[in-house]
Design a protein around this ligand. Structure first.
Ligand SMILES: [Zn+2]
Length: 436
């Protein structure tokens, strides 16, 4: 959607962070009849060269969600105008530039999927001439992230800004590793756990698996002007929570906190995803009934949508999340339930005490014979799922013999480098480009 020419900042990297400067690119106007021009990948970087966390804010990973781009540009401009004493750096990154240019969630496929090793190796092994628009986006993002990941000695902080097609208050999503909690809980908006359990291959999931910090923020409805305001408030609060700024460096911090508190008043602080309604091609047209919003209670077997087979009913009473009021995407809607503070404290304590290492001694649980970090749960013991969640095991796959659980790396220390199969391909591509 932003009609700016691809500028030289596209090749900028974290290491080229300038002293107290930020570049800013205006957001696009309405769609015109001109062929869409891609905006810059790097929206700007702000750093004073002080040691501290490197914060990467991505916006527009879904191309019909430009609010995050507006928000990070505003923060970058304000930091530069104030010459703010930021520790570390803040970099704004555009996600799906091709989608943004056309105001479409995606052109060929969801860019926030397929961040799994096999898919990425296949992508980088292919002739770039055969790339779909999103293949190209992912290829470029991998090349952007690779040197940052390789150089990182502390966890990088990734904040991925999204918006929703339905109405509803802001919330954050994170993989339930302890290191993600500080930033997610600082925002004062509901925290949604377990989306990664039902969605395979998100960008943040990949980065988080390497030991980095990743929080996604849904700022509100795509076209609501308040969505960019909510995102902006979230970025300021996150910069303080990450340790990049002191509260005193953000004079209007209380206003940002109040804004997010007020738009989420009365909502549960933490919920977990229980169900994802997948829309297959054969189910289209999938149409939500009008009027559903995030966090709205729905009953058991309530008709919430229709598809090619007829009525779509909920499998249980729960809270509606992310109802699909846009033509694209395989996520029809999600159902969630509240998680208690007691549960959160208990799960943190269990994991810190390393009792979680004993999870394979539970009845019905066995270690996967070939994959050490995978646990297999008998299909007859569904209640043990809650215990797995307590221990941070969330990613559930039905592999026939049982449910296979894995989890994000639980410890806050220690980073993994990019898998070598991937790094080798990235290095080879760079070498080939240098030669050309
Ligand atoms: Zn999104």
């Amino acid at each position: 959607m932003f009609q700016r020419n691809c500028s030289s900042t596209t090749s900028a990297t974290q290491s080229s962070a300038t002293d107290g400067s930020a570049t800013e690119d205006a957001l696009p106007g309405p769609k015109t009849d001109d062929p869409p021009t891609l905006g810059p990948r790097i929206l700007g970087t702000y750093s004073r060269g002080l040691p501290g966390p490197q914060v990467m804010v991505t916006g527009g990973v879904h191309g019909n969600e430009p609010a995050g781009i507006v928000a990070v540009q505003r923060v970058l401009a304000a930091l530069a105008a104030k010459d703010a004493p930021l520790r570390g750096s803040l970099t704004g990154i555009a996600g799906n530039r091709a989608g943004l240019a056309q105001g479409a969630r995606y052109l060929a496929r969801d860019l926030n999927r397929r961040w799994v090793l096999d898919d990425m190796v296949a992508l980088l092994s292919r002739d770039p001439a055969k790339d779909t628009p999103e293949d190209r986006e992912q290829r470029e993002l991998l090349h952007l992230f690779a040197p940052l990941l390789a150089a990182a000695t502390e966890p990088l902080v990734f904040i991925d800004l999204h918006s929703t097609s339905g109405d509803g208050a802001p919330f954050s999503c994170m993989a339930d590793v302890i290191r993600n909690r500080k930033i997610a809980f600082s925002l004062g908006v509901p925290v949604v756990l377990g989306l990664e359990e039902v969605i395979d291959g998100s960008m943040l999931g990949f980065l988080c698996d390497l030991g980095h910090i990743g929080v996604a923020i849904e700022g509100g409805q795509h076209d609501d002007p308040a969505t960019a305001d909510n995102h902006e408030s979230a970025i300021w609060i996150a910069l303080v929570a990450a340790g990049c700024l002191d509260a005193a460096d953000v004079p209007d911090l209380a206003d940002h906190q109040r804004r997010l508190r007020e738009v989420t008043r009365g909502l549960p602080p933490v919920i977990e995803i229980r169900h994802r309604h997948v829309v297959h091609d054969a189910d289209e047209p999938f149409t939500m009934l009008p009027g559903f919003a995030n966090f709205q209670p729905v009953g058991d077997a309530q008709v919430v949508a229709s598809d090619s087979h007829g009525d779509v009913r909920t499998p249980e009473a729960a809270l509606m999340m992310l109802p699909r009021y846009q033509p694209q995407g395989e996520d029809g809607y999600f159902l969630a339930r509240q998680v208690s503070r007691f549960w959160l404290a208990l799960s943190a304590g269990l994991r810190r005490s390393r009792i979680d290492r004993l999870v394979h001694w539970l009845p019905g649980v066995r270690r996967d014979p070939t994959r050490n970090d995978h646990m297999v749960l008998d299909r007859e013991r569904p209640r043990a799922v809650d215990v797995f969640h307590l221990m941070g095991y969330r990613h559930r796959r039905d592999e026939g013999s049982g449910f296979v659980f894995t989890r994000r790396r639980p410890d806050a220390t220690g980073l993994e480098s990019m898998p070598s199969a991937l790094q080798d391909l990235l290095d080879a591509a760079v070498a080939a480009a240098d030669e050309a």
